[in-house]
Write a protein that binds this ligand. Sequence first.
Ligand code: COA
Length: 383
Amino acid sequence: MSDNTNIEVRKGLYGVIADYTAVSKVMPETNSLTYRGYAVQDLVAECSFEEVFYLLWNGELPNEEQLAEFNRRGRSYRKLDAGLIALIHSLPLDCHPMDVMRTAVSYMGTKDSEHFTPDADHITHVGHNLLAQLPMVLAMDIRRRQGLDIVAPDPDKSVAHNLLSMVFGNGPESPASNPDDVRDFEKSLILYAEHSFNASTFTSRVITSTRSDVYSAITGAIGALKGPLHGGANEFVMHTMLEIDDPEKAADWVNNALDNKDLIMGFGHRVYKKGDSRVPSMEASFRDLAERHDGAKWVAMYENMRDAMDARTGIKPNLDFPAGPAYHLLGFPVDFFTPLFVVARIAGWTAHIVEQYNDNSLIRPLSAYNGPEQRQVTPLAAR
Ligand code: COA
């Protein structure tokens, strides 16, 4: 065995500072988060998703003229692509929707003549393209599984409003027809937009550091986000709540899971240990949605699970815990919750890709070898 006694290995890069970033700051000591210096809860209260997207890319909030130009350009990318439609309809109906998102981005990359990351302008072009196309992909994928036709994108609607109307249509019962639902959904997109060096963002930065292209970086990021320890948790939160079904059984369920040493999705965080800065804003939207959509049962489930977990472990909910039931109340199928996270996180991923590209160093850590000592190869016939 190699002698590794004096080597410090940080498994999971626990506590390692890998680079600088000016995009966002996570402050676990005060349970707070800023995007480009602005507190996330203030952005949720005051801004549209598009303003936050602009901020993450440009470092400053837009004025009215800049926002109008951002929207004019972004919405001009909302065109249905016959090749993409055919591709999505060719995919298995029982594949995971995150696989559809990943495949769609990979396909979009094949249609881009830039084979390697060129410059910030091109990354902006790709960002607009993804922000326009991925909500359409998500909506198309939901509707094909339900045997429904595509709803055409609307260039006059915001990202959040357009996504809801492409998924649910524009009838009176659709959340797209309720401005409060649209706003609560938009707030979730702002909260999911960015979170420093999380696993998927770091993945996108690793891929960018090799000077690969933006679509490859986003495809890899989607793969990382799919996992239940990361973005996939919002889906698993709802699977758990549906499995428990009765809020009165929530505490027993939590204690039983902890007895079995199972992880309970939607709790805990690598960086925040005293509470996730984004939870209060998301919880407020979840409670609003529950009031409008007869969701008292899910609020009771949320509170009972949270209290049981706190009493036994002190581990706090993360953003996925209120986001899961909020998306359920809006009517999204459970396995589409993480694709919604993808749509929001395009903002953060592309901002980090630009930052990595502008001040690049190949990301290539070392490892401590703990395999067999060097030895002689015995010829095949003698083994
Ligand atoms: N359910 C049960 N136990 C949990 C837990 C959870 N959700 N989160 C942490 N713990 C336990 C760990 O098992 C560990 O126990 P141990 O000391 O007996 O081994 C202890 O709490 C400390 O864990 P910690 O080192 O703080 O976790 P981490 O930084 O390695 O992991 C997560 C962070 C997010 C991966 C982890 O909390 C988790 O898996 N959460 C569930 C998935 C989830 O919601 N992901 C979304 C994150 S935004």
